[in-house]
Each structure stands twice: as C-alpha cells, then as structure tokens.
Design a protein around this ligand. Structure first.
Ligand code: SAH
Length: 253
C-alpha cells in the first residue's frame, strides 16, 4: 500500500476556522504530526497516534512524517493558519526534493487554511482590499538586511504589508527597526493594525497610527498589518473604526 501525507491548515484559532475539508483529512488520518500547541487543537480520535515536536524542528519533523507515510500509513501534518504560509508545506516539499526517491512516490496533499493575515484583516475591515504582500520578520532563515530591503521596497511600492513572526525573545529589536524604517517611507498617520491571537479567546485588535506604533504592542501571536499611504480609517461613534484600502490607486510616482 502506498502511503499518504496530507499537510493540513488548522486556521488561526478555534475549530470554527477549521474548514470541513481539513476536519475530514484529520478524521481519516492514522498518525498526526505537528508542533505541540497546534496538535492540542485537534480533537482526539480513537486509534490515532500523535507525534508532537518543537517549533524549530520543521525539517526533522517533515522527514519523520514522510518516513512514516512511506511505511504505508495515512499521515497528517498539522500547521496553524495555512500550511503554505511560513509553515510546514514548504518544509515537507523541501524534504521531498532532497530526500530518497520513494518519498516522491507518496500521495501528498496540501489542505489550505485561513492564514493569520486574512483573519486580522477581516477584524479590521478591508485593509487588504488593494495590492498587498506578506513578510516574515524572522531572520532565522534569511539575513536581516534582506528583510529590511523587502520592507522598504514594499512600502515604497505602495503595498499594504502583513508582518508575520514580528518579535520573539531571540529577536527583540527587529520590529522596532522595521517601524523606524517604515516611518522614513510612509506618512505618520498610516494605520497599523496589531491583531493578537485572532480567532482565540484572548483575541485583540489595536489600530494605531504608524507614528505611535511600538514593538511592545506585539508578541509572537500577533500578525501586524501596515497600511499603505492610501489606507483609510473610517471612524464610527461608539464602535471600532473600519480600516480599508480603496480598490483603486493613483498613478505611480
Ligand atoms: N502558517 C501560519 C503562520 C505561521 S508563522 C498562518 O498561515 O497563519 C507564525 C506567525 O503567524 C505568528 O508569529 C503570527 O505573526 C502569526 N499568527 C499565527 N496565528 C495567529 C493568530 N491567531 N493571530 C494573529 N497572528 C497569528
């Protein structure tokens, strides 16, 4: 029997964000792999075994799951949000590319999920209504000067930018540096949205002007959306504002 590995996106929060397709893929799996807190979100299924691992062990975890699948098992690898966005799907395919030929014969499927930036954007209104991009601020897998270059060029080009992995204990200063850099390119009034733990019980959204954005407003569970110079805040009496990026833009330059 040929094995199967399905990489499943759980969405950003509780089970309301899990698609029916993802729920089905999890229910039929014999073995689950993933980072512990993500596995904890998956309801226990009788007869199913679990292999929890550390967050930094992505490639090792991918190889272990592929090896398990090649023994004929139906394996599911879980990922928060969407598995293709700064997550396990790329690690799995990277492992397949460098791995033994038998891994290429496996039945591989990627099941999409709602990525953090979409959940944060929906909370705020429609900040991704025009062109946008996503940048991970983590310099674990790329040099910091490349991050700075991409942030600067994206802001200059008028993209709304979603920051993933904005801060961690090992990366305390990078976000502050990114805000300083953005303040050199964008107006001080540009809206910045901090979406913390969106879709979970401790969910929080804060909208502040870029001039007041500070790195201590974010943690590892925060996805930040930086507006473009076109992004607008519609204030409402007694209700949270609606942030949006108009569908049209003025000519370049
Ligand atoms: N694959 C995930 C992203 C993994 S990178 C996805 O598609 O969402 C981890 C980063 O995602 C975190 O540092 C944070 O920036 C963001 N993130 C994940 N879940 C989040 C949530 N519920 N609310 C806000 N940001 C979240």
């Amino acid at each position: 029997m040929s094995g199967r590995l399905v990489v499943v996106g759980l969405g950003p929060g509780d089970e309301r964000f899990l698609t029916p397709q993802a729920a089905e893929a999890l229910a039929v799996a014999e073995v689950l792999y993933g980072y512990e807190p993500y596995l904890a979100r998956v309801p226990e299924c009788p007869g199913q075994t679990r292999h929890a691992s550390d967050n930094r062990e992505e490639l090792g975890r991918a190889r272990a799951a592929l090896e398990h699948a090649s023994s004929g098992a139906r394996v599911a690898m879980v990922s928060g949000g969407d598995p293709g966005v700064f997550a396990m799907a790329a690690a799995v395919i990277e492992a397949i590319e460098a791995g033994p030929a038998k891994w290429r014969a496996l039945d591989i499927e990627v099941v999409p999920g709602i990525t953090a930036m979409l959940a944060v954007a929906a909370k705020a209104g429609a900040p991704l209504g025009h062109d946008f991009c996503a940048i991970s601020l983590s310099d674990n897998l790329k040099p910091w000067d490349l991050v700075e270059r991409r942030v600067r060029l994206a802001a200059e080009a008028g993209f709304v930018i979603a920051f993933y992995n904005p801060v961690s204990k090992a990366r305390p200063w990078q976000l502050g540096t990114a805000f300083d850099l953005l303040r050199g390119v964008l107006p001080a009034g540009t809206p910045v949205m901090f979406g913390h733990a969106v879709g979970r019980v401790d969910e929080r959204l804060a909208v502040v002007p870029l001039g007041e954005a500070r790195s201590d407003m974010a943690d590892m569970a925060t996805c930040i959306i930086i507006g473009s110079a076109e992004t607008r805040v519609v204030e409402r009496e007694g209700m949270p504002p609606l942030v949006y990026s108009p569908r049209s833009a003025r000519a370049a330059g």
